[in-house]
Design a protein around this ligand. Structure first.
Ligand code: SF4
Length: 335
């Protein structure tokens, strides 16, 4: 079995009490059956408290938050389970976070998740480098269409190269990604794999783009599920017109995370739009780019319904038509 991961993946360390946010706030934590059985069987005050706060919802065990925070979170910022029983006693969710695993059967891709502030800092500041690959025993049969996966891997590589092009601005590479995504979708649909002419694509973009409303985009996000008052307030702010260079790293993270997922339904185009909408929103919210991207991820990426709503709207909402997306990416002002 082949495992691919970023070179910094194994060096990630939780910064615990120095974390400006915490994964122990606001979220209910899903507890795997083995950990739930262990917790419920523990003697003493720790077991009593766990039996009190563990709840079963739709057949799943969850640790419900109390007063906005995990009931196992101590005032010194440390986890009571970890402190009293050791790291191996943590449930899978807490042990793994913010490490993501995309399991395709015969290969795995690992990645850090942007919703952790320390992971966000690493993801958005580390110089871009190809991932490292290792072979380990185990694995199973490929769980995907081999031809489609080959197209997706090849086009993802090209998309990452496009985003890293130092000769073009961040705005240009994001706009080009939309057109490249359309071409990659055609290849995924069985069309001819054409080489991408970025110069010609830029001409098309300049002709086709028209102003869109970033205010409408933020209003759309205000209508999604919201976890924190902080996010709600940020969405009401006057949008920033800036597009910092760091947005390339955000786009690369999203491409690495979502591109291959199109093997499940052959719909790459809407994922590309999701990536671009995400970049636009993080830029529009302004402030510290890394902190804003982390908050975005916590509110959007970690909420399945929110991601699905954006993927649907990418096709159906007049806010997200290709011409308007291109206009917003290029920074065209509304008249
Ligand atoms: S969000 Fe990240 S750095 Fe913060 S407590 Fe959780 S794992 Fe640690």
């Amino acid at each position: 079995m082949r495992i691919t991961k970023p070179s910094y993946f194994d060096d990630f360390h939780c910064i615990a009490s120095r974390c400006p946010d915490s994964c122990c706030k606001e979220w209910d934590v899903q507890v795997d059956p083995e950990a739930a059985a262990l917790y419920r069987s523990l003697p003493g005050p720790l077991g009593d408290r766990l039996r009190e706060v563990l709840q079963t919802e739709d057949g799943e065990t969850v640790m419900t938050i109390v007063d906005g925070r995990c009931p196992m979170w101590r005032s010194d910022g440390l986890c009571r389970i970890q402190a009293e029983l050791g790291e191996q006693a943590l449930c899978r969710t807490c042990r793994e976070f913010p490490r993501l695993t995309h399991d395709y059967g015969d290969f795995l891709e690992r990645q850090l998740e942007l919703s952790c502030p320390e992971a966000a800092r690493i993801l958005l500041t580390a110089p871009y480098a190809p991932p490292v690959t290792e072979e380990v025993p185990g694995g199973s049969e490929a769980e995907y269409d081999g031809e489609a996966m080959a197209v997706l891997k090849q086009t993802r590589q090209a998309a990452l190269a496009l985003l890293s092009d130092p000769l073009r601005s961040a705005r240009e590479v994001l706009a080009l990604l939309l057109l490249y995504g359309c071409q990659a979708q055609e290849a995924l649909d069985g069309g001819e794999a054409l080489s991408f002419d970025a110069e010609a694509a830029l001409e098309t973009i300049r002709e086709f783009a028209r102003p869109g409303s970033i205010r409408e985009v933020l209003d759309f996000f205000s209508g999604l599920e919201i976890l924190t008052p902080q996010w709600n307030a940020r969405l009401q702010d006057i949008p920033s017109g800036q597009m910092p260079e760091t947005v390339r790293a955000l786009a690369r993270y999203l491409v690495e995370r979502y591109w291959l997922q199109a093997v499940s339904d052959y719909d790459l185009a809407c994922r590309v739009k999701f990536i671009l909408i995400s970049c636009l929103v993080v830029c529009a919210l302004g402030g510290d780019f890394i902190a804003t991207a982390q908050l975005f991820s916590k509110e959007i990426e970690n909420n399945y319904d929110n991601v699905e709503a954006i993927l649907d709207a990418a096709y159906t909402s007049p806010i997200f038509t290709d011409d308007k997306l291109l206009g917003m990416l290029l920074g065209l002002a509304e008249s």
